[in-house]
Ligand binder design. Structure first.
Ligand code: SF4
Length: 377
């Protein structure tokens, strides 16, 4: 199992909560970008040791690219890495509702896209305005309907704990999103990341973080309503109808290798080596654009044994399957297993379910996952 992630670092405007690397200087940087991506893929051909199973085009806002631009991205990368995009097990593109048109959906489908991740974030117009999204709730619902006539696998994103959001407005957004019958739902609690507009506003006292009890209540209703809708809660923030778990994202949680292309993209070799491209489009184009020069491209990190175990516990416990004893033993040995089991023994069974085969967070444990995972590592 291996995957490719392509980062498209362009957005028309910046949402208040967002810390992802992107720029609004589209006309300056977009024209040479698809060819630079292909050049990076050519230079790094060979890093992924098996043919990719998944391709994920994220960002930023990949959907703002025209059909011609996205085709240059996909064919450039696929030719450089020698794979057929239409033969992938999963090929996802992230889309903003206000970019979705029949022409774009058709172009994505023709390229081999078989899954679209649609960023709804909320289905309340006031909340959408506060977070700086350009679409309306009705516009998002319309975009979903349009995508349905092209794709059988659509994921939607929601955020809870937004400034001004109430338990009722969250329930209304969630209900309306589930009524669309998406195959997959990702729902995240708002976090205040460094250097975002929201963090600045919070520090100036203009907005407040959601009360912990309110957020917990929102998460509980999320778990209950997705269950009623027949979805599996297969990762802390992810829910899917049977057969529609995200293959690409699941590979991040199971330590599979992936190649990340584009500024700020990370790669992992499946063993110890992690590489992160510098978050600068100018530097990226100097390295991979026309007149490419051998300039500094990225940071690299080799994980220690301790970091490998921490990462393993951290990612596996985010999933419903949790940690399997036999797998942990074969990777880290008896001594580390005994340490893990000793620590696990001190955690309440209502939070961490244990049996001879392994351990996993309970639904209750998902609510306080950070604390449980910290206790384990
Ligand atoms: S949330 Fe998405 S659209 Fe908004 S700034 Fe971040 S990457 Fe761009």
């Amino acid at each position: 199992m291996s995957g490719i992630y392509v980062h498209i670092p362009f957005c028309r405007s910046k949402c208040g909560y967002c810390a992802f690397f992107s720029t609004a200087a589209i006309s300056k940087y977009l024209p040479p970008f698809p060819e630079a991506l292909a050049e990076e893929a050519r230079q790094r051909n060979g890093e992924l040791r098996s043919a990719p199973d998944t391709l994920y085009i994220g960002g930023g806002t990949p959907s703002l690219l025209s059909p011609d631009e996205i085709a240059r991205v996909v064919t450039g990368v696929a030719e450089a890495l020698d794979f057929d995009p239409s033969g992938l097990r999963e090929f996802t593109i992230e889309a903003n509702p206000d970019d979705v048109t029949p022409e774009k959906a058709e172009a994505w489908k023709a390229l081999g896209v078989n899954r679209v991740s649609l960023g709804l974030q909320s289905l309340d117009d006031d909340e959408l305005r506060i977070i700086g999204r350009r679409h309306s709730a009705d516009g998002a619902v319309e975009a979903f309907g349009l995508l349905q006539s092209f794709f059988r696998n659509i994921s939607v994103d929601l955020i809870f704990g937004l400034p001004g959001q109430t338990a009722d407005s969250w329930l209304r957004s969630l209900r309306r999103a589930l009524d669309l019958r998406p195959q997959h739902l990702s729902a995240y609690s708002l976090s205040f990341e460094e250097r975002t507009r929201f963090t600045l506003m919070r520090d100036r006292g203009e907005i407040a973080e959601a009360d912990e009890r309110l957020s917990e209540g929102m998460y509980r209703s999320l778990a209950a309503m997705t269950r009623e809708a027949g979805m599996e809660h297969y990762e802390i923030s992810n829910f899917a109808l049977p057969g529609f778990r995200s293959v690409h994202n699941s590979s991040y949680w199971t330590g599979a290798p992936y190649l990340g292309l584009g500024p700020a993209a990370s790669s992992y070799d499946g063993h110890r080596r992690r590489r992160t491209n510098h978050p600068s489009i100018a530097a990226y184009l100097r390295r991979y654009g026309e007149n490419a020069a051998d300039t500094d491209c990225c940071g690299e990190e080799i994980l220690t044994d301790e970091e490998l175990i921490e990462e393993y516990v951290l990612t596996r416990l985010r999933t419903a399957e949790g940690i399997r004893t036999a797998d942990f033993l074969s990777r880290f040995g008896e001594r580390e297993l005994q340490t893990l089991l000793r620590r696990a023994g001190r955690i309440k069974q209502s939070l961490l379910r244990r049996d001879a085969d392994g351990m996993a967070l309970t639904e209750e444990g998902f609510f306080v996952s950070d604390e449980v995972i910290l206790d384990l590592i």
